[in-house]
Design a protein. Structure first.
Length: 162
C-alpha cells in the first residue's frame, strides 16, 4: 500500500532490495533477479557447502524482510523491482545440493533449479498464491520461499532418478 507521503528507499535499501539492481531490469525483473542470484548461490554452495547456501538464504530473508516495507510504501504492493525475495527463494532449491565444482556437471542442476523456481513463482500453484496474500510484507517473501520449496522437492526427485 502506497503511503500518502512516502520516502524513497535509501541507497543501500535500493541496492539490496533490487537484488544488486537486477530488479531494475526493464524486462522480467523477477527472472533477472533470480538469474543474477545463481552465481552467488553456486559460489556459496561450492565453497561452503550446504552451510553456505543456508547462510545465503538466511541473509536474503533478512534483507527481504528489512527492505520490503520501504519498497511497498513508496512503490505500492509487491513492486516488480523488489527482488530480494527472489534471491531468497532462488536459494531454496539448492539447499542440501552438493556441487562438484564441475560446471558441466553442476550446470544442469542450476538450470533446472532456476527453471523450476521461476515456474512455481510465476504460476503460483499449490497454495503459493495464498501465501502471497499474507500481510505486512511477509507475503512478498512467503510465496517465493514456498515456490523454492516446491522446486527443491522436484529437483531432489530428478537428481535421485538421474
Amino acid at each position: 500500500m502506497k503511503s500518502s507521503n512516502p520516502q524513497k528507499p535509501g541507497t543501500l535499501s535500493l541496492f539490496l532490495g533490487t537484488g544488486l539492481y537486477s530488479g531494475l531490469s526493464p524486462f522480467a525483473p523477477g527472472t533477472a533477479g533470480s538469474l543474477l542470484a545463481l552465481p552467488f548461490i553456486y559460489a556459496s554452495g561450492l565453497y561452503w557447502g550446504t552451510l553456505g547456501i543456508a547462510i545465503f538464504l538466511f541473509v536474503w530473508i533478512l534483507i527481504s524482510l528489512l527492505t520490503a516495507p520501504a519498497f511497498e510504501l513508496f512503490y505500492g504492493d509487491d513492486p516488480s523491482r523488489f527482488v530480494a525475495d527472489e534471491w531468497a527463494g532462488q536459494a531454496v532449491p539448492f539447499v542440501g545440493i552438493a556441487f562438484t565444482g564441475d560446471i558441466a556437471a553442476d550446470g544442469w542442476i542450476l538450470a533446472l533449479g532456476f527453471i523450476l523456481f521461476r515456474l512455481f513463482d510465476i504460476f503460483k500453484p499449490l497454495g503459493i498464491k495464498k501465501a502471497e496474500k499474507l500481510g505486512a510484507g511477509t507475503g512478498i517473501l512467503a510465496d517465493d520461499l514456498l515456490a523454492g520449496l516446491y522446486a527443491l522437492i522436484i529437483l531432489k526427485i530428478v537428481i535421485l532418478l538421474a
